[in-house]
Design a protein around this ligand. Structure first.
Ligand SMILES: *Cc1c(COP(=O)(O)O)cnc(C)c1O
Length: 388
């Protein structure tokens, strides 16, 4: 029984995520001169709307790069190779941010915290008080473990002790709140293939109002932020993705922020409840749980590999673990153009997989538990379990 039973596999990954038809259509816009009026105005409009989304009066840079390229570009612009940064890491992406700084020749001190837990702001403040750093590197939403770190509190704790707070929010914004000036962070990196519902290929970087004056790096010609901050395209931009981003920002604005934040929290709560009912164990306690991705240990006797292979053979693509958690967990992405209906679908196939692999009969308990969460939140959106 390995027929896939669906013409196109469905992605339940924390990126790449499904792309809405309206965005594909916008991406079919014919090419035009990137130095002409139309694309110059599009650039200005995109930057203006991203500034509004992130509540900053500082500049926005839109680079043709995956998220990692955006992190590298930010570090290269912000920090001189002779300087030392503090890399705060509680997962594979925290590790990556620090590794980029190491490759760029910067001094890197590590503050490693346990995977699967939220970083404690006091620990960051204590380390920053110990010595002088040029920057602190923070992860907003740690995709490898499914933890949403308390960015506002981390930034508040760090602010007085370090000149630059640099943030990886690639799997965070726009699915969770991000307020550059309100939080007091200096720069935030996002990418297209998660909450923005686009194909991969752009990194969007938001800067705080006084961040440009604090950039001390020596970036490569290609990654230099200066022309972008002045509103120019120094090189041919990824035009199709820019048209897609235009449409994405329209869709996001039409949904409104509170509805989008609630949608992602609801999906997280449904996945946790449903998966638990099917015998999975959520790795992260609910207060630290990410609204965009959930890490789960499969039931006793079922390996992540077997579970993912079974689901894939039946049309559902789940993510595995990364680094030290590679053989321990599966991850369900619920970010971007996904909703409660998609969650019901993935929970259904997960329950079926568990039953098939352990010789039991499915009773719909995963879907029932998820429906119960959805039902309760219809009457009360602030229902416990759907927390900020
Ligand atoms: C996806 C992701 C990245 C990497 O993005 P790429 O586009 O694959 O380079 C970095 N950090 C976090 C937190 C992510 O979720």
């Amino acid at each position: 029984m390995s027929e896939r039973m669906t013409p196109e596999p469905k992605l339940f990954l924390p990126g790449p995520t499904p792309v809405p038809m309206a965005i594909w259509q916008a991406m079919l816009t014919p090419m035009s001169n990137h130095r002409g009026r139309e694309i110059t105005e599009l650039h200005a409009s995109l930057r203006e709307r991203l500034k509004r989304l992130w509540s900053t009066s500082g500049p926005v840079v839109i680079l043709p790069a995956s998220g990692t390229g955006g992190l590298e570009a930010l570090l290269a612009n912000a920090v001189a190779p002779s300087e030392t940064v503090l890399a705060v890491s509680a997962g594979a992406f925290g590790d990556r941010f620090g590794q980029i700084a190491e490759r760029l020749g910067m001094g890197v001190e590590w503050l490693r915290r346990p995977w699967g837990e939220a970083v404690d702001p006091d620990d960051v403040a204590t380390e920053l008080r110990r010595r002088r750093y040029a920057a602190v590197l923070l992860t907003h939403n740690e995709t490898s473990t499914g933890v949403l770190h308390p960015l506002r509190d981390l930034a508040r704790a760090a602010r007085a002790h370090v000149p630059l707070i640099l943030v990886d929010s690639i799997s965070g914004s726009p699915a969770v709140p991000l307020d550059i000036q309100g939080y007091g962070v200096d720069a935030v990196v996002t990418g297209t293939q998660k909450g923005f519902m686009l194909p991969p290929g752009l990194a969007m970087i938001g800067l705080g109002e006084d961040a440009p004056a604090k950039l001390k790096g020596r970036p490569s010609l290609y990654m230099d932020f200066k022309p972008y901050m002045a509103g120019d395209w120094p090189y041919t931009p990824a035009l199709s993705l820019l048209h897609g981003l235009d449409r994405s920002l329209e869709l996001l604005a039409a949904e409104t922020e509170p509805v989008r934040y609630r949608r992602h929290r609801l999906m997280s709560a449904m996945v946790r409840a449903g998966a638990e009912a099917a015998g999975f164990r959520p790795v992260v306690r609910s207060e630290a749980a990410s609204p965009t991705v959930t890490a789960l240990e499969p039931p006793e006797g079922i390996t992540p590999k077997a579970l993912r292979a079974w689901c894939q053979a039946h049309g559902a693509v789940l993510a595995g673990g990364q680094g030290a958690w590679k053989d321990r967990i599966v991850r369900i992405g619920h970010v971007g153009a996904t909703g409660p209906l998609d969650v019901l679908a993935v929970l259904g196939v997960m329950e079926l997989a568990v039953c098939h692999l352990s010789g039991r009969h499915p009773d719909g308990s995963a879907s029932r538990a998820a429906l119960d969460v959805w039902h309760r939140t219809l009457n009360n959106p602030e229902e416990e379990g759907i927390h900020d």
